[in-house]
Design a protein around this ligand. Sequence first.
Ligand code: DX5
Ligand code: ZN
Length: 224
Amino acid sequence: MIELAPSILSADFARLAEDSQAALAGGGTLLHVDVMDGHFVPNITIGPCVVKSLRAAVDVPLDCHLMIENPDEYVPAFADSGADWISVHQEACPHLHRSLQLIQHHGCKAGVVINPATPVETLSEVLDSVHHVLVMSVNPGFGGQKFIPNALEKIKKLAAIRTARKLDFRIEVDGGVDRETVGDVVRAGAELLVAGSAVFGGGDPRRDAAELLKTARESVLERV
Ligand code: DX5
Ligand code: ZN
């Protein structure tokens, strides 16, 4: 099933609840929360206290994407603040399996993320332990970047591995997803679509979420 996860990174942070609710009214069924520490990525965003406020403002799952060093140190705080899904970067976790277990231990759905330069093969030993795999289609750190097409092959590869190994993780894509690129992304096999500027950048998140989702769902019909 195709789902849209509006990324609040491109929302107006002074109107976070209103913008988020508008994107959900347009059909978003998750809210994607980008957490950046200024070390793992060259930008700083938000922490657990914002997650806590958002938790009170919306009733969909909060999909927290941790772009931080030492994520294990912060998993408990995000879980306690109301995160439902927590994903960590393969590149930031020397003990990735342990990090995923920690997320699950705190009652959250565990996801793993790979950067554009990281091969799918690096995940082979954890694919049976994750709820979702997030394929970055930009280098993480900023919204509004151009989609990097090598993500499409990675999504296809993950979908093929999932079938071959009879696994059930979900495939999420993040970065540069808009009405131009969403068709390719969906046809490749992604089902959780993160979109920031395509939803919040045009001044009407409700309308733009609905249009993006409509384009995505039409593309499913074209899947082979
Ligand atoms: C980038 C973040 C993304 C970002 C995507 O590092 O992980 O979630 O919000 O923004 P767009 O959709 O504008 O590329
Ligand atoms: Zn993200």
